[in-house]
Design a protein around this ligand. Structure first.
Ligand code: PBG
Length: 348
């Protein structure tokens, strides 16, 4: 598209023959030539679920977002379904954390319980399960950690290193549990090597060959996840996630990550965060021929709210502009905490 425009212009057609403002004269004309449109069908709303009942705990760094108990979550999902949101992504806050994050693979754990409740109440809602151990482990890392005296200890590897291959088995087991509970899509977010293949194989073995895997293929070690870690109560107890999440400086490596996940059988890919990585999103869109999602993360949401609360930015305008830009850059769908607001904004 960009090349064609350039060649027309170099062929001698310019001002005053060309006047770009002709097509900007009225709202109707602008609507007619608009290239990118957000629709409720593009949006996936992330939701946090915790133990208990009648809970709706505000997340202070994410205004308008809550930790729900299963009962209030179901009410919320009914409400968002009624006004046009078709998919949700679930994060669980377990009642107990341990070194292996066992609750993630417990059929009576918080997320499988929430999935069953949502699917019973609103069967058509697409329920995506975020498949990672960081919310469930006492150390806050995304899998099994190398520690003397613990299972899978490898003396030749650093203490505290996230053990890749033992974690893959655990991811496979937990994914089957979530699929059994009724998850429509499994979304591994731990950035482990081989996670997509391991989950695909485990699902297939268990008879869930039709359950898609939506891989967080390109997930950067980002400061923009800050508020999420309050929300999910999952900050790492030591170190950070740079051993497994990507260096924000790397774009070529992102394409490689995306293509590897496709080879392992990913059905959809996620690029995350969104706004600071639009170039990566565009590049991945160009090279990977599957649906691509972008995740507008907690920090992107919090920044807009903070600025708006100070009267420095108009929330609706800037949120819509960010989301439109994310779509324009190549996202087929967007995971966003603004999903409910967007539907409201689109309707007025
Ligand atoms: C890990 C996970 C994280 C997010 C989604 N899944 C946190 C992390 O990797 O530290 C971040 C989402 C957000 O910031 O909105 N299970």
């Amino acid at each position: 598209m960009i090349d064609q425009t350039t060649s027309t212009m170099t062929a001698g057609m310019a001002y005053p023959t060309v006047r770009m403002r002709r097509l900007r004269q009225s709202p109707a004309l602008r609507t007619l030539v608009r290239e990118t449109e957000l629709t409720p069908g593009d949006l996936i709303l992330p939701l946090f679920v915790r133990p208990g009942s009648r809970e709706k705990r505000p997340i202070s760094s994410m205004p308008g977002q809550f930790q729900w108990s299963v009962d209030t979550l179901v009410t919320e999902v009914r409400e968002i379904a009624a006004f046009g949101i078709r998919s949700v992504l679930l994060f669980g806050i377990p009642s107990e954390k341990d070194s292996h994050g066992s609750e993630n693979a417990d059929p009576d754990g918080i997320v499988p319980t929430a999935i069953r409740a949502i699917k019973a109440a609103v069967p058509e809602m697409i329920v995506i399960s975020d498949m990672c151990f960081c919310e469930y482990t006492d150390h806050g890392h995304c899998g099994i950690i190398n520690q003397p005296g613990r299972a899978h200890y490898r003396p030749e590897m650093a203490e505290g290193y996230l053990l890749n291959d033992p974690t893959l088995d655990a991811l496979g087991r937990a994914s089957v549990v979530h699929a059994e509970a009724g998850a429509d899509i499994i979304a591994p977010s731990g950035m482990l090597d081989g996670m997509v293949g391991a989950i695909r194989a485990a699902l297939d073995r268990a008879g869930y060959e039709l359950t898609p895997v939506m891989s967080y293929a390109v997930k950067f070690a980002s400061g923009f996840y800050g508020p999420f870690r309050d929300a999910a109560e999952s900050p790492p107890a030591f170190g950070d996630r740079s051993q497994y999440q990507m260096d924000p400086a790397n774009g070529r490596e992102a394409v490689r990550e995306a293509l590897l996940d496709l080879e392992e059988g990913a059905d959809l890919l996620i690029v995350k965060p969104a706004l600071p990585y639009l170039d990566v999103l565009r590049e991945v869109r160009g090279q990977a021929n599957v649906p691509i999602a972008a995740y507008q993360v907690s920090g992107e949401y919090a920044m807009l709210h903070a600025a708006a609360a100070n009267g420095w930015l108009d929330l609706e305008r800037c949120a819509m502009e960010s989301l439109t830009s994310i779509k324009r850059a190549g996202a087929d769908m967007i995971l966003t905490y603004f999903a409910k607001d967007v539907v409201r904004w689109l309707n007025h």
